[in-house]
Design a protein around this ligand. Structure first.
Ligand SMILES: Nc1ncnc2c1ncn2[C@@H]1O[C@H](COP(=O)(O)OP(=O)(O)OP(=O)(O)O)[C@@H](O)[C@H]1O
Ligand SMILES: [Zn+2]
Length: 592
């Protein structure tokens, strides 16, 4: 595309040069026309005096030129006398003074030349502008589908149930924005979908638009990063303008981080251009009312790199995680992509789902597609295990070679036991806390799995609450040590240790909860310095005691840890009710 426009410019330039040459030649021959009569100087004086001369071009050259009343042009010798002009004026001849070195022809040629250059400049700049506007237009043509073209529904998206539920709520809003308006409900303008690549973020955005039967406009954040200053911002404005014209629509901005990166505060300059683009986005988002029925969905792999201004209320104030699929979701995705393919009856999707840990939806789709290609190449009757096996290695090519059945087995096991530790400690020490979900599928927030631990709302936290929270944090590491041995503990506990240290330090420094250290605010005493020797010593000792108490607790309930870890290895994600059942069953087993 770039070379094409370059060629175009070259052709245009050549044409213009030719035109200029023609113009110069034309002008030249015009002033040296053979019909230009040559008269003697005395004839000239006679004609002036008899009023036959209308114009004379005065200049310092050897010849004078002029125009007779009858339209004839003439030249005559230039006497180069001082009072010629006065004499001509007295005889009411129009005198045009011409700069010395130039002949009339040259002057006219010069004027034409300048005109042509100005024309050329305007043309090129307009061409440039057109180029810019072409790039600018590209935006709206990137992906635009009207409702008729879409038949996607949320059923085309497997797994990701929580994310789907959140988006489903928005369908009604898009369908009936007036209804919400009537109650003064402020509906979200922007939703950020975040998670690893290929997990179906785009797919869900499309599904939302088609379920709500509204238009879908997709752009990518990187399209707004422009060479032409201000174009990114202009594109944003144009995007919103066309969205408003549609009344209801879903705007999808992929890779929002390309324009929405945290801005460099205090840094010198930074990128003005991306700032300008981000500001345009923020302004546009504040500009439209929620009742307009426009929802902006943005996707990113990393929500933590986004500028805080983007995440404020009235902008992208909803953030939905779209994670890697767990066992159940993988099975559903595989089912989706085997439905219309001839699959050998020996293929066990559950088993395949188990063997594809850490695969994204896109990777699973690609797995089935590659397998289908292998089968087609062989003209096989159906897609068999051998084809899938081959496809498996194609899909994970470049990655560390893993035995299909052993994929990341040790990692999973460690994570499962670590998370089981947190879960058991929570259930035993703080049953009032809600454990919404435990998973061994890594999230973008944590390296391993995570357990969501929501303590009930309380005005005050007791010393006991805080000590228990520390123990819950330590329980992951404790289980690692008990199950895998002192030398095989992992780096997976680094966040836990940070959290435990923070809580303990707060107890000692701010809340006067350490008998040894007394009722002092150590931050006031120590100023900026975070800790002194005594403080560290006290913190260390308390932590050791807490660690040993946690170890005791876990050892006493190791059967429960085993049960939960094994279920995690099997199902990968456990919801609260599933955990409760495991706990009840385990305790029932004990009393028998
Ligand atoms: N949960 C899912 N259910 C069904 N198909 C899925 C799912 N997740 C991903 N896919 C498949 O993977 C393809 C790519 O997914 P999509 O483009 O939506 O991912 P993404 O999260 O937007 O990725 P990226 O972050 O790279 O933009 C989809 O077109 C679909 O075929
Ligand atoms: Zn942990």
């Amino acid at each position: 595309m770039k070379t094409l426009t370059k060629n175009k410019k070259l052709i245009i330039a050549t044409v213009i040069v030719i035109m200029v040459c023609v113009a110069i030649y034309g002008a030249y021959s015009f002033f040296n026309r053979p019909d230009q009569i040559k008269i003697t100087y005395s004839d000239f004086i006679d004609k002036v005096e008899s009023g036959e001369v209308s114009e004379v071009y005065l200049y310092d050259g050897p010849q004078l030129q002029g125009l007779l009343i009858n339209g004839e042009r003439f030249t005559t010798d230039n006497p180069r006398i001082d009072n010629l002009k006065e004499m001509l004026l007295i005889n009411s001849v129009e005198v045009v003074e011409v700069n010395e070195q130039y002949t009339i022809g040259q002057v006219v040629t010069f004027i034409i030349l300048i005109g042509v250059f100005i024309g050329l400049a305007i043309f090129l700049s307009r061409n440039n502008g057109r180029q810019a506007s072409k790039e600018y237009d590209k935006m709206s043509s990137i992906e635009f589908s009207t409702e008729k073209e879409q038949q996607l529904t949320f059923s085309s998206v497997a797994g990701n149930d929580e994310a789907k539920d959140s988006l489903m709520e928005l369908v009604d809003f898009l369908k009936n924005p007036d209804k919400y308006q009537r109650y003064g409900a402020r509906m979200p303008k922007g939703v950020i979908l975040y998670g690893p690549p290929g997990t179906g973020k785009t797919l869900m955005a499309k599904a939302l638009a088609s379920e709500a039967k509204v238009d879908f406009m997709a752009v990518s954040g990187s399209d707004f990063v422009q060479i032409y200053a201000g174009l990114g911002a202009a594109r944003i404005r144009s995007l919103f303008k066309s969205a408003r014209e549609k009344r209801k629509c879903v705007i999808f901005i992929d890779e929002i981080d390309a324009i929405g990166k945290k801005r460099d505060r205090g840094g010198l300059g930074g990128s003005d251009e991306s700032d300008r683009t981000l500001n345009a986005l923020l302004t546009e988002m504040s500009g439209f009312k929620g009742s307009e029925g426009i929802i902006i969905l943005a996707a990113t792999n990393r929500v933590d790199t986004l500028d805080d201004a983007l995440l404020r209320p009235g902008r992208f104030d909803r953030q939905i995680e779209v994670g890697l699929p767990d066992f159940k979701a993988r099975k559903e995705i595989l089912k989706l992509y085997t439905e219309n393919r001839p699959i050998a009856p020996t293929i066990d999707l559950s088993q395949l789902a188990q063997q594809t840990v850490y695969f994204s939806g896109a990777k699973l789709e690609s797995l089935m597609n590659e397998a289908a290609i292998y089968a087609a190449r062989e003209n096989a009757e159906s897609i068999s295990d051998t084809h899938i096996d081959k496809a498996f290695y194609t899909v994970i090519a470049g990655e560390e070679k893993k035995d299909r059945s052993q994929i990341a087995h040790q990692d999973r096991k460690i994570t499962a036991f670590h998370e089981a530790g947190h879960t058991v400690a929570t259930k035993l020490l703080a049953p009032q806390n809600k454990v919404t979900k435990v998973t061994i599928i890594p999230s973008t927030k944590g390296a391993g799995g995570f357990s969501m631990n929501i303590p009930p709302d309380k005005m005050f936290h007791t010393k006991m609450d805080m000590l228990n929270n520390i123990k819950i944090s330590l329980a992951g590491r404790v289980v690692e040590e008990i199950i895998f041995g002192k030398d095989n503990i992992t780096t997976g506990a680094s966040n836990d240790i940070q959290k435990a240290t923070e809580t303990l330090m707060m107890m000692i420094k701010h809340f006067g909860m350490s008998e040894k250290m007394g009722m002092l605010n150590y931050e006031m005493l120590l100023g900026q310095q975070t800790a002194d020797g005594n403080l560290v010593k006290e913190c260390n000792q308390s932590m050791e005691t807490l660690y040993n108490e946690t170890k005791q607790l876990i050892n006493d309930n190791i059967d429960l840890v085993n049960d939960i870890a094994n279920q995690l290895l099997l199902k990968e994600t456990l919801k609260e009710d599933q955990i409760d059942i495991i706990v009840q069953e385990c305790i029932a087993k004990r009393t028998h």
